[in-house]
Write a protein that binds this ligand. Structure first.
Ligand code: NAD
Length: 292
């Protein structure tokens, strides 16, 4: 079996995969490999798949499959797997860090100290305790965020059309979530139903001063509408790990809008998660090795 590691995985992974065959990170060898490992950087388009003449298996280290033309791959007999739940803790911690940074005013406080200012009087704070968090999507990551939010004394609501019972959150319709939530955190895949779902209309139905956290996909948010809502103060802060592209286009209105907390898509990048992803990759190859 020939395995191409096309994107960044844990440095320990190549040695762990050697028992399955030859491991390479030379992308020019795509036409001869049986298995390709990708994260989000490599785009497995039709053209990519057509070029991979020997390919039998694509493993996406991570959750979404939006960088892979899954239907086309499957039509060519290529199996496609991801490492679905491995990243939940890492992304939930990131969502929580982004959410906490707003009421603690962590970024402004840090920057003021770096600038030599003692802003103790002007940096008035609030707390998460007692606030209502609305989760859009209550799957693996949403559930981990809910656990943490409950520990912080928050009331947790969620809208998720596929989940009928949930042990932690109160399931509500989207309109009710928008009406009641002080904080909204997105945990959905990018689908037709979620693309641009945070837009001028949905924001208008939210509480004044709502805080929105996005560790899902940049495309779930209409950037222009969000920038306008931040300028008007309707949205108090937008804390995001995800963008329309990695990195965002320099013309993105969010880069210059007020009260944006930004990280460069590092939600899943914890060392522990990279090791967990490696464990799942090994499990998949273990199941698959006799079929190649
Ligand atoms: P999951 O499949 O366990 O949960 C997603 C949930 O979204 C499902 O329960 C589904 O029913 C729900 N959903 C689908 N359409 C919806 C809609 N229109 N409205 C509300 N809910 C809807 O996935 P997960 O592991 O929790 O991951 C969620 C998303 O997080 C991924 O799809 C990916 O986009 C994103 N993600 C980001 C990073 C990062 O680095 N920031 C890393 C991993 C995953």
């Amino acid at each position: 079996m020939k395995i191409l590691i096309s994107d960044a995985f844990d440095p320990s992974l190549p040695a762990r995969l050697e028992r399955f065959g030859e491991v390479t990170d030379d992308r020019d060898r795509l036409p001869e490999v049986d298995v390709v490992l990708v994260r989000s950087k490599t785009k497995c388009t039709r053209e990519y798949i057509d070029n991979a003449k020997n390919l039998k298996l694509i493993i996406r280290g991570g959750v979404g499959l939006d960088n892979i033309d899954v239907e086309y791959a499957r039509s060519k007999g290529i199996r496609v797997y991801n490492t679905a739940s491995a990243s939940s803790i890492a992304v939930a911690e990131m969502a929580f860090a982004l959410m906490l940074s707003v009421p603690t005013r962590l970024i402004e406080a840090h920057n003021s100290m770096k600038e030599g200012r003692w802003a103790k009087k002007e940096l008035k704070r609030t707390e998460l305790n007692g606030k209502t968090l609305g989760l859009i999507g209550a799957g693996n990551i949403g559930t981990e965020v809910a656990r943490r939010a409950v520990a912080f004394g928050m009331t947790v609501l969620a809208f998720d059309p596929l989940i009928k019972n949930h042990e932690i959150v109160e399931l509500v319709e989207l309109a009710e979530l928008y009406e009641r939530a002080d904080y909204i955190s997105l945990h959905v895949p990018l689908l037709e139903s979620t693309r641009g779902m945070i837009n001028g209309d949905s924001i208008a139905s939210m509480k004044d001063g709502v805080v929105i956290v996005n560790t899902a996909r940049g495309g779930c948010v209409e950037e222009e509408d969000m920038a306008e809502a931040l300028r008007s103060g309707k949205v108090r802060a937008y804390a995001t790990d995800v963008w329309l592209s990695d990195p965002p286009d320099p013309s993105s209105p969010l880069l210059s809008a007020p009260n944006v907390v930004m990280t460069p898509h590092i939600g899943a990048s914890s060392r522990e998660n990279m090791l967990r992803i490696g464990d799942v990759v090994v499990e998949i190859l273990e199941d698959f090795k006799d079929q190649i």
